[in-house]
Design a protein around this ligand. Structure first.
Ligand SMILES: N[C@@H](CCC(=O)N[C@@H](CS)C(=O)NCC(=O)O)C(=O)O
Length: 210
């Protein structure tokens, strides 16, 4: 398998964490997504992912997969051990809900294509930073409430990491980079502290922007 990624990417970080949890070592190609180094919009990469986004995964069978959550579910079906989705149907729905609250409702408001476009429309750097901080605050406050209502174990759902944690961890690191203290979301902070003890998470978070 081959992973197309940029180490700064939260979405690619999700897939890196899933691969590490499953003990899978794959070939990697860096696709720069920032500034002059950006190659994600170049025709060669659009052949891989017409959306011009990372991550993408080339499977051993030659299929090109896009979208981090679709890739993670593929990996979970193809390499079931350890499972990344809970056994009980209701727990699976909750894990997916937390994952989507982050991957579909917080993260899409923050990536370079959004902040660059805001800048291109005349929004100043401080307002752009406020924009990002606003959506992180609103989003993680709701995720905190979802997790508090659940209060079901060491991690987001039960006592083993799931896709919910795989989405939560990079988003929490991103929040810290945007000057938030996780302490304002105590349940998120407690789960993330436990995830930091797991090398698959600690070694595969998004790296700071250059
Ligand atoms: N929903 C997609 C989001 C992918 C995404 O937005 N990736 C970002 C990096 S975290 C990217 O490639 N951004 C390039 C850009 O914004 O131009 C997924 O989960 O894979």
């Amino acid at each position: 398998m081959k992973l197309f990624e940029d180490k700064i990417s939260s979405a690619a970080s999700r897939v890196r964490i899933a691969l590490a949890l499953k003990g899978l070592d794959v070939e990697r190609e860096t696709i720069g997504i920032l500034g002059a180094d950006a190659i994600n919009r170049k025709p060669e990469y659009l052949q891989v992912n017409p959306q011009g986004l990372v991550p993408a995964l080339l499977t051993d069978e030659g299929a090109l997969l896009t979208q981090s959550l679709a890739i993670i579910e593929y990996l979970d079906e193809r390499y079931p051990d350890p499972p990344l989705l809970p056994e009980k149907r209701e727990d699976r729905a909750f894990a997916r809900a937390v994952a989507l609250a982050i991957a579909a409702d917080i993260h899409p408001l923050l990536p370079p294509r959004v902040t660059t476009q805001l800048g291109a429309m005349g929004v100043g750097p401080e307002e752009v930073a406020d924009w990002s901080r606003h959506w992180i605050r609103v989003g993680l406050t709701a995720v905190e409430e979802l997790l508090v209502r659940r209060q079901a174990g060491r991690y987001s759902v039960g006592d083993t990491p799931t896709v919910a944690d795989i989405c939560l961890f990079p988003q929490a690191i991103n929040a810290e980079r945007n000057s938030f203290s996780l302490g304002q979301w105590p349940r998120v902070a407690a789960i993330v502290a436990r995830l930091r003890e797991i090398p698959a998470f600690a070694d595969n978070g998004p790296v700071p922007r250059r």
